[in-house]
Write a protein that binds this ligand. Structure first.
Ligand SMILES: Cc1ncc(COP(=O)(O)O)c(C=O)c1O
Length: 501
């Protein structure tokens, strides 16, 4: 059926005019919140798409502005001009003021970009981290552990017949079938997931998966519940896709499912090792989340980025493996298992969603490089990947043990029990300023990550920090922790505290 474009445009104009009148009649002088697209669609009896399109027009003309994590508001400057009676009564003149405002853009936005730069912090890693003696950095690997010889062998093999055409051909409509088969047969079953190849598509890492989901499966203005503290990159991706963020607190059992707001359309969760706290989502909460998703038609994105690295107890099943889970969108990554620079991951979703998402990928980057896909497929098929994984896990287990022991005996932090992952989330003395500590530590040759950037709340505590251990060598862990302990002690003494805890 051909959509009735004329009729939907007319409806958008009506909604837009309705909102414009509402904005122009405001005299509060403050940045007033506008109703959500869902609320207004219900109120006016039109579709949310229509309301979202109307809002988009108003935002582009400078009448309204979207505040990440919060919603849509009357543009601050328009509100002020209205209160001062300096805005013309006549709507077309008012529109001119609005569009001038839109051209000028908010103060924080550089010319020619759509996004506010400082909506929430970026995670920044010191560029010279590899040359620092004690890099407790997260999300990087120790180059010495990468299976260079094996990877070179499979890259070469992927250029031999009969693999060559899979490496070199343009393949926008399907992934390398061998890689998809290997993911289905060798990677997913260890997470309790058994799916048909039509449910799997390769991505250039989880970040691309999140981007594809954000761009294709939800309307702009839809809301996504995110863990707080949580993964800043996911927030940036959703924000850029025009989604509203709804923070949900995290405690020692993971995301507090009861606090997922009623209006959320999707929830993004890291159940195996919550990012950044590393806690595991409890079984009871998993069930609750699945029940909630079913009863409210809530999409779940499960980011299972490092579940293989479990050092105590048994791995918890993936949410996706729960029969009743419905359409969980599962994201897997080879960044932690092999290397983040390879940019390889995958999405598991119902086939119709995979087709939709693949169409979008095609018009962005076409497809992940065929050569990398085939080399990885061959590596998994030969079990060189399995051997690497087992060796890598053993190395990480030793480092994890050294970290646990060192943290317990050396650092003045709250006791932690961590079952896995590649980092420790630590809580220092209440007076600790982890941003300052991180800067001082870097001067002393120690890379740590201050915790504030992981929170959405502007008044987030300053005494959390994270120590990654995948990139640092086993031998450097002890001296690195001792140096850090000394720095914390000095920092706390400077603040007049005899005992840091
Ligand atoms: C929470 C989380 N998800 C996913 C990933 C992996 O992302 P990608 O596959 O894009 O490298 C990471 C890596 O740091 C992560 O921390």
């Amino acid at each position: 059926m051909v959509p009735d474009i004329g009729r939907s445009t007319a409806r958008t104009t009506l909604v837009r005019n309705f909102l414009e009148d509402r904005i122009l009649s405001s005299r509060s002088g403050s940045r007033e919140r506008l109703p959500s697209s869902r609320q207004l669609a219900d109120e006016l009896g039109v579709s949310r798409n229509t309301v979202v399109a109307a809002y988009q027009e108003l935002v582009s003309e400078g009448f309204a502005e979207a505040i990440p994590r919060s919603g849509l508001y009357i543009n601050r400057e328009i509100a002020r001009l209205l209160a001062e009676g300096r805005i013309p009564e006549n709507q077309s003149d008012a529109r001119e003021v609005g569009s001038m405002r839109a051209t000028a853009g908010p103060e924080s936005r550089p010319q020619h970009t759509r996004y506010e730069q400082d909506c929430f912090p970026d995670l920044r890693k010191p560029s010279h981290w590899a040359d620092v003696p004690y890099p407790f950095i997260y999300g990087q690997i120790d180059e010495a552990t990468f299976p260079v010889a094996a990877w070179l062998r499979y890259l070469a093999m992927a250029l031999d017949k009969p693999h060559r055409r899979f490496s070199l051909a343009d393949r926008a409509e399907e992934d390398d079938p061998l890689l998809v088969e290997m993911i289905c047969r060798r990677v997913l079953p260890s997470r309790g997931i058994n799916v048909h190849p039509s449910m799997v598509m390769t991505t250039m890492g989880t970040q691309e998966g999140l981007h594809l989901i954000g761009e294709t499966l939800l309307e702009q203005g839809s809301s996504v519940a995110v863990e707080d503290p949580g993964y800043p990159d996911a927030r940036h991706i959703f924000y850029r896709a025009g989604l509203q963020l709804q923070p949900v607190p995290v405690d020692e059992a993971g995301m507090v499912i009861e606090d997922i707001p009623g209006g959320a359309d999707m929830t993004y969760v890291t159940p195996s090792h919550q990012f950044p706290t590393n806690v595991t989502l409890s079984i009871a909460r998993r069930q609750r989340l699945v029940d909630l998703a079913r009863s409210r038609d809530l999409l779940i994105i499960e980011d299972d980025y490092d579940s293989e690295f479990r050092f105590q107890g048994r791995p918890t099943p993936a949410l996706k493996s729960l029969e009743r889970a419905g359409p969980v969108l599962y994201l897997g990554s080879f960044s932690k298992l092999l290397a983040p620079g390879l940019r390889l991951g995958f999405l598991v979703a119902p086939p119709e969603l995979v087709s939709e998402v693949r169409r979008h990928q095609r018009y962005v980057l076409r497809h992940p490089p065929g050569h990398l896909q085939r080399a990885l497929a061959l590596m998994i098929a030969d079990d060189a990947y399995g051997r690497h994984l087992r060796r890598h896990r053993t190395i990480l287990r030793r480092k994890w043990q050294a970290m646990s022991d060192g943290i317990r005996t050396l650092l003045p932090v709250s006791p932690v029990t961590m079952t896995g992952g590649t980092s420790f989330w630590l809580t220092g003395p209440e007076t600790l300023d982890a941003d300052r500590l991180a800067a001082e530590a870097l001067d002393a040759g120690v890379v740590i990550e201050p915790g504030r950037a992981f929170f959405l709340a502007p008044d987030a505590p300053a005494n959390h920090f994270r120590l990654g251990f995948a990139a640092i060598s086993l031998e450097a862990i002890g001296p690195g922790l001792a140096t850090l302990a000394h720095l914390i002690e000095v920092s706390c003494h400077r603040r007049g505290l005899a005992s840091p805890l």
